[in-house]
Design a protein around this ligand. Structure first.
Ligand code: CU
Length: 471
């Protein structure tokens, strides 16, 4: 928490805060001091210092925005600005975000809270903030041109509404969206229930993150904003594996993971070793009768999903998007499949022309995890991550849920690699390969093969010849 600055208590009251209107200089002086975050580390949960109590969430590689109470109103200050985000160790990207990071800080409130959010625009172009999924007055919905004028560079607007329903939400601009979301402007929002809720269970750990994607050419640092589908960095909270922190929990903890998708494609999220329930969607908590156990659930574009499970199996459990190209980092996409090809001849010929030529992929792509290949500066490795048994050969949307008996309640620190009990790890068989019995009779017993056709048949294809006959 050392990198956080908190609002000074007793800061001047904001008077005459105009909803969705720019604020005068006098009012600006009374704005809540913007709180900035300088590291991409996962910050501890922000235990609410004021207002109704709740069990705070933990933002993966992110943080929660502090607020100040002003006559019963929770006041936040978001600053839209260019940021440098370390997406993985050794790889920094020039993004746009809020309060020093992309994504912006998580906003956490309680059902029924009146919330006032000051948004200061330090971008080179206008912006707005849409509070994705919220019930609110139409003029607070943040659609530039439709429900408000855009927030010009240097201006501050005020949004004010009551957080009417509990659930999982997001925020993002609704002005030049293509650019601003491709550059990383987005954030998470959680509204906790104000009392015990029949459909919202208490959990021990509550993690949140956004799915986002960038197209940054290897060796450069700024995303290409025109990319529609062919992104090369698939990230959680603008981090890529192995830069994504693990989700560290205590054995038998009830765990909730809230996910929002602000990419241009869907992501089937897959958890190893446990089954989870989808307890919440865009519209709030799901009716219990609709819940069923899953190990993968799809999060479509623009959707939010809440997964819940009992972490009752110790270990290091992979948690990732199941689209295999989304667990890889930047690399040219035009690499042909070369498995089984013998390149020796080709390689020799090419090496005569291009001395540095290197063949990739003739035994699959796994070599890429360990290969000491020269890559441009400021480039994330394609697939990497050093595990206790070697390279994990992953990138992108991948992390690990670490379940430990000795993890203390409320301790989110990384416990290190799991120590497997003796005899519980897959091992190399060093005897003679056993003879696998196989059935030799075609079709086996259930349905004997008919052996048809009995003789070779010559297929004659007659192509339409001559001109059309004009039918
Ligand atoms: Cu995916």
């Amino acid at each position: 928490m050392t990198n956080r600055r908190y609002f000074l208590s007793g800061a001047g009251a904001v008077t005459g805060a105009l909803a969705a209107a720019s604020v005068s200089k006098v009012a600006m002086a009374a704005l809540p001091e913007p709180v900035l975050q300088t590291t991409p580390d996962t910050m501890p949960p922000l235990v609410p210092p004021s207002g109704r109590p709740y069990n705070p969430v933990v933002t993966l590689n992110g943080w929660t925005l502090p607020w100040r109470m002003n006559n019963g109103v929770k006041e936040f200050h978001l600053v839209a600005e260019p940021v440098v985000r370390e997406m993985a160790p050794g790889f920094k990207a020039n993004l746009w975000g809020y309060n020093g990071q992309s994504p912006g800080p998580t906003i956490e409130v309680v059902e029924g809270d009146r919330v006032r959010i000051f948004v200061t625009n330090k971008l080179p172009e206008h912006t707005s903030v849409h509070w994705h999924g919220q019930r609110l007055p139409n003029g607070m919905d943040g659609v530039s041109g439709l429900t408000q004028p855009p927030i010009k560079p240097g201006k501050t607007f005020v949004y004010e509404f009551v957080a009417r329903r509990p659930g999982t939400f997001m925020y993002h601009p609704h002005a030049d969206e293509m650019t601003q979301m491709a550059m990383g402007m987005m954030g998470f929002w959680v509204t906790h229930p104000k009392a015990e809720h029949p459909l919202i269970d208490k959990v021990d750990r509550d993690f949140v993150f956004l799915l986002n994607a960038y197209d940054v050419e290897p060796g450069s640092a700024t995303p290409k904003i025109m990319t529609m589908l062919d992104f090369n960095l698939w990230s959680w909270n603008s981090r890529i594996f192995p830069g994504i922190d693990s989700l560290n929990v205590r054995l038998n903890d009830k765990v909730r993971i809230r996910i929002g998708n602000l990419t241009m494609t869907n992501h089937p999220m897959h958890l190893h070793g446990h089954e989870f329930l989808v307890t919440g969607t865009d519209g709030g908590p799901t009716p219990r009768s609709t819940r069923h156990y899953e190990v993968t659930t799809d999060v479509a574009v623009g959707q939010m999903r809440q997964l819940e499970f009992l972490a009752d199996e110790e270990g290091d459990w992979a948690f990732h998007c199941h689209k295999s190209h989304h667990t890889m980092n930047a690399m040219g996409h035009d690499v042909p499949t070369l498995i089984g090809l013998d390149h020796k001849d080709v390689a020799r010929q090419i090496t005569n022309l291009v001395p540095d030529y290197m063949v990739m992929g003739e035994r699959g792509m796994a070599d890429m995890g360990e290969m000491e290949m020269p890559i441009p500066d400021n480039t994330a490795r394609m697939m990497t991550g050093e595990g206790p048994f070697g390279s994990v050969e992953m990138g992108g949307m991948f992390s690990v849920v670490k379940v430990r008996k000795n993890q203390k309640p409320g301790d989110y620190s990384n416990p290190g690699w799991y120590r497997h009990p003796k005899g519980t790890v897959a091992y190399e068989f060093d005897g003679a390969p056993p003879d696998t019995p196989r059935r030799r009779d075609a079709g086996a017993a259930a349905m004997p093969a008919q052996n048809m056709p009995a003789r070779n048949i010559e297929v004659q294809v007659r192509k339409p010849g001559g001109g059309h006959t004009g039918h």
